[in-house]
Design a protein around this ligand. Sequence first.
Ligand code: IPD
Ligand code: CA
Length: 273
Amino acid sequence: MGDMVQEYLKIAVEVAKKAGKRVKTDFYKNKNIDVKENFADLVTETDHAVEELIFNRILEKFPDHKLIGEETVSAGGHCELTDDPTWIVDPIDGTTNFVHGVPHTCISIGMAINKQPVLGVVNAPILGEMYTAVKGQGAFCNGTKISVSTISELNRSVVILEGGTSRVPEILKTKVGNIKAVIENCHGIRCYGSAAINMCYVARGSHEAYMEHGIHVWDIAAGVVILEEAGGVVLDPSGGELDLMNRRVLAGCSRTVAEQLSAITQNIDMERD
Ligand code: IPD
Ligand code: CA
């Protein structure tokens, strides 16, 4: 399987670069914006075009592979993870940033085989950072090996938290409570507006943890491999095993830091992907 995954990586990097050029060009232009679940859940013409570009190339090379993509699912497409090789794509992670001209926006391409993530490519074209990883082969940023922070105490950590797109009052109430609890127990919190970039930031060692309720499988599929290959852990915020389709994530530079974060925060049940 190793050789095949290398071949998949080659195509993922190639198409992520092409998609990155399109995102970078469109980033500086006026955008056609639409909303999805609510007024804060945005999508643009570029999201659709980039997903199509990526899917076309993957299907050209691997016609029997399965695809899960944010915009296809939003348009009523399937979001079913089977044992088949499945590409899990977010054409633009950080669409709100893309719309507002904030540079933290990226293309996230993951792949799972037997439901296990095996490959991750995250291209952040405005930042000029391309993160790549294959299971068992380490994680890289622009070709240089990356690894997680060695800090093991939450009270010496920088933690990434996100508001997300839900505007449901009970969910927001719990999130606000969690933000307070985390601020009280760490060096500081940050929020970059892209789950994939957040996970790469933990992977490269500049942040110790990231937690969010409400993400989707396409936001984290690539990041899971990049973070684990950099030496980190990805759990459910309850402290249990990660369920890719369960719409919540707790990423840590180590299990110790992740568990300390889990212990001081409340979990939120989300509707599954
Ligand atoms: C969003 C980003 C953001 C997170 C949201 C996601 P999108 O993805 O990852 O950081 O807080 O929950 O929906 O909509 O930009 O692909
Ligand atoms: Ca997206």
